[in-house]
Design a protein around this ligand. Structure first.
Ligand code: CP
Length: 306
């Protein structure tokens, strides 16, 4: 049974096909309005979410399917001690496909190994968030017309940010990518990502603490929230949370066609005044995420039926 746990579970060609399907859905929504008639998506969210859960639900509804699920662990029998394995074996009796978010790294893989229907990882701890990456790749493609030959800056919490790890993995397969890592010392990209992804694939990268210094060379700036829920110590979080705040003054130093991205939710990392700048792409990411999730649901259900 094909599931999506890590963005590398999809080949570059499959990602191209998903982007093409998402573009076709935008152009021809009626063609897809009953594509998942009588199919059910289960959204199993053991951790909070606004965009991912509701975009999955909107995606399935726009495909003519229906949705069941829970939005918090304490609304499910996990609160009574039920395992992820037993939960997904149960849900496999009720639904055709699962989207699951869980605070523990590896939980999505456990789910996929125990479910008899496709499982989509909607975020597992600090590990990865492949459907956010699909939204990110779609946004870059729509804004830049390509996924290669780009200088991409990642700024903020590069240690705990699972969206950062997933997107770096995805971009490492395209030609001409240069990565700029902008973070405080304490929130640097983990060594294993640098070694196993960037160095292994020969991706040139630089590390800095200086956002303003890095801005002029960037084609993409991927801002991130400091992940309070992954900190052991509240004092450290409070000290680091406002390390970087992108505002219009800083953007004066950036390219006129810079694409400013953020997986959201935003706390203080991007001033609200930036939202009206044509370079702000983060709400386009939100919308693109719905179309890419529609394309992914279609693909996995089609593969499960053969
Ligand atoms: N980007 C993202 O995962 O947002 P949510 O936590 O709201 O789902």
């Amino acid at each position: 049974m094909r599931s999506l746990i890590d963005i590398l579970d999809l080949s570059v060609e499959e990602i191209d096909d998903l982007i093409a399907t998402a573009c076709d859905i935008i152009d021809n929504p009626d063609k897809y309005a009953e594509a998942c008639k009588r199919k059910k998506l289960a959204t199993l969210f053991f951790e909070p979410s606004t965009r991912t859960r509701l975009s999955f639900e909107a995606a399935m509804l726009e495909l003519g399917g229906s949705v069941i699920g829970f939005s918090a662990a304490n609304n499910s029998s996990a609160a009574k001690g039920e395992s992820v394995a037993d939960t997904v074996k149960t849900i496999s009796c009720y639904a055709d496909i699962i989207a699951m978010r869980h605070p523990k790294e590896g939980a999505a893989l456990v789910a996929a190994n125990n479910a008899s229907i496709p499982v989509i990882n909607a975020g597992d701890g600090g590990h990865c968030h492949p459907t956010q990456t699909l939204a990110d790749l779609f946004t870059i493609y729509r804004e830049k017309g390509r996924l290669s030959d780009l200088t991409v800056g990642f700024c903020g919490d590069l240690k705990f940010g699972r969206t950062v790890h997933s997107l770096i993995n995805a971009l490492s397969r395209y030609a001409g990518i240069h990565i700029v890592l902008i973070s405080p010392e304490e929130l640097k990209l983990p060594s294993y990502v640098k070694k196993d992804v960037l160095q292994k694939n020969g991706i040139p990268y630089t590390q800095t603490t200086d956002l303003e210094g890095a801005l002029p060379e960037l084609d993409i700036l991927y801002m991130t929230r400091v992940q309070r829920e992954r900190f052991f110590n509240e004092e450290d979080y409070l000290r680091l949370k406002d390390s970087y705040i992108l505002d219009l003054k800083k953007l004066e130093k950036a390219k006129s066609d810079l694409c400013v991205m953020h997986p959201l939710p935003r706390v203080n990392e991007i001033s609200v005044a930036v939202d009206d700048d044509p370079r702000a792409c983060y709400f386009k990411q939100v919308l693109g995420g719905k179309y890419m999730r529609m394309a992914l649901i279609l693909k996995l259900l089609k593969e499960a039926s053969v």
